[in-house]
Design a protein around this ligand. Structure first.
Ligand code: BGC
Length: 428
């Protein structure tokens, strides 16, 4: 009975080669449409940044705001792809002691940005920061700051970022529709830091990952995050509307036409933002645990699995995190539950591969040149078997041409990418 049900689940979840290629073609179509300004689930947002030379240098501040943490770092770029981190501060958006949650709707934009400005101040006043470098930095103030912002935003210039919508369940009030560059500048001013620090570049976290990988490897032409959320950017070389090559943020998490199961439909319906971020909801760390929980509960209700195996706390929606899922996939519960986890991991990797193939076809339909995609994010780096599954899915789609594609794991490149962007724009 269980074997049969798992077999059926596999048929529902796993993409045949035809479905994989079809998803890749649709992805490419949505890229083309989004780029030419037509209705598309892919926003194709220009970053106003190209590829770094690797020679960028200087001392800059990086700020990174993601779905769960904020980090600030002072980084020295030495050129030749080398850099040194001088000081770093990291804070969870939910305070572990007070439980205060900066992502909550009851929190205002001012409160969130005051918290970020506070982190910047902590780095600047940190006694661990090498004093000599601090003098050097202080003499050349204001220190330009690069802001890696892990949400979809539009920008007409490099130091602007108008938030289109929150995702990953962040809901802080008064930020959507506003320029996060201005909100940050105002918060720095409230702390009287404006003469010391100047926000100079804002970029999506995928763009920052691209820059940090390309600083060391000029072959990088795509970057993807497969973590709490999902997204991919790439170097657009051919679009007529850009005078030079430009990194474009596809916002691939919002891709809307991958084949969905009844479980995906339900998760989307019951989520905070129904209809949005459909691709992300099928494959990223924020949601994989919840899909697994829903399927497992369904199997238990059908008498196929024993619910007493679940930790009691897993009764609540979103109680199963990406980390829990990795634990299940590694074989810590029964094989039935493990198989469900493995199928979801495999499907996630297939979907990401379909998006990457569509992206490569857009850039280079015959796969005539080599492509390197830099990938960061907890799902890619920490989920058992994820990286080999992704490679296999790329191979299934591209067959022998898969040799033209290199996947490069990068860990925590956002802050260095943010400062590389600053070095690029301040030397323009
Ligand atoms: C956001 C993207 C971001 C991605 C990875 C998604 O939820 O929409 O802008 O790049 O997560 O953090």
């Amino acid at each position: 009975m269980l074997e049969q049900a798992l077999g059926q689940l596999e048929k529902q979840l796993i993409l045949s080669r035809t479905a994989l290629l079809n998803t890749a073609s649709l992805f490419r179509e949505h890229m083309d449409k989004g780029l030419s300004g037509h209705e598309s689930s892919l926003r194709m947002l220009p970053s106003h940044l190209g590829r770094p030379s690797g020679d960028e240098n200087g001392i800059y501040l990086g700020l990174d705001l993601g779905g769960s943490h904020a980090r600030v770092s002072l980084i020295k770029l030495d050129g030749n792809g080398r850099l040194e981190e001088l000081c770093r501060q990291k804070q969870a958006l939910v305070d572990s002691e007070s439980g205060h949650d900066y992502r909550a709707e009851s929190v205002t934009a001012e409160e969130l940005f005051d918290f970020l400005a506070g982190l910047v101040q902590e780095v600047l006043t940190n006694p661990d920061t090498n004093p000599k470098l601090t003098t050097e930095v202080f003499l050349s103030r204001p220190i330009p700051l690069g802001f890696a912002f892990s949400f979809p935003f539009r920008q007409r210039k490099i130091d602007e970022g108008i938030l289109l919508k929150w995702d990953k369940e962040v809901r802080t009030s008064g930020v959507v529709g506003k320029d996060v560059g201005q909100l940050l500048s105002a918060a720095l001013q409230r702390r009287e830091l404006h003469k010391l620090v100047k926000p100079a570049a804002i970029m999506n976290d995928t763009t920052a990952t691209f820059l940090s990988a390309a600083y060391q490897d000029p072959g990088v032409d795509m970057a993807s995050i497969i973590g709490t959320g999902h997204n991919t950017c790439y170097l657009e070389r051919t679009a007529e509307k850009y005078p030079v090559s430009m990194i474009v943020n596809t916002e691939s998490g919002n891709f809307s036409v991958a084949p969905r199961t009844e479980y995906d439909l339900r998760l989307d319906r019951e989520s905070d933002n129904p209809g949005e971020q459909r691709f992300e909801k099928m494959l990223s760390g924020k949601y994989l645990g919840e899909i697994w929980r829903q399927i497992s509960l369904d199997f238990s209700a059908r008498g196929l699995l024993n619910p007493s195996e679940f930790p009691a706390t897993w009764d609540r929606p979103y109680a199963v995190s990406g980390k829990d899922l990795a634990w299940v996939a590694a074989g810590n519960l029964s094989t039935g539950l493990q198989r469900i986890a493995q199928l979801l991991i495999k499907r996630s990797a297939q979907l990401v591969a379909a998006g990457l193939i569509g992206n490569i076809w857009h850039q280079d339909p015959r796969l005539a040149v080599r492509h390197t995609v830099a990938i960061d994010g907890s799902v890619y780096l920490e989920m058992p078997d994820y990286a080999p599954e992704l490679r296999m899915a790329l191979q299934e789609g591209l067959e022998t041409k898969v040799n033209m594609v290199t996947v490069k794991a990068v860990k925590g490149g956002t802050l260095s990418g943010a400062v590389i962007a600053v070095a690029m724009v301040t030397s323009r």
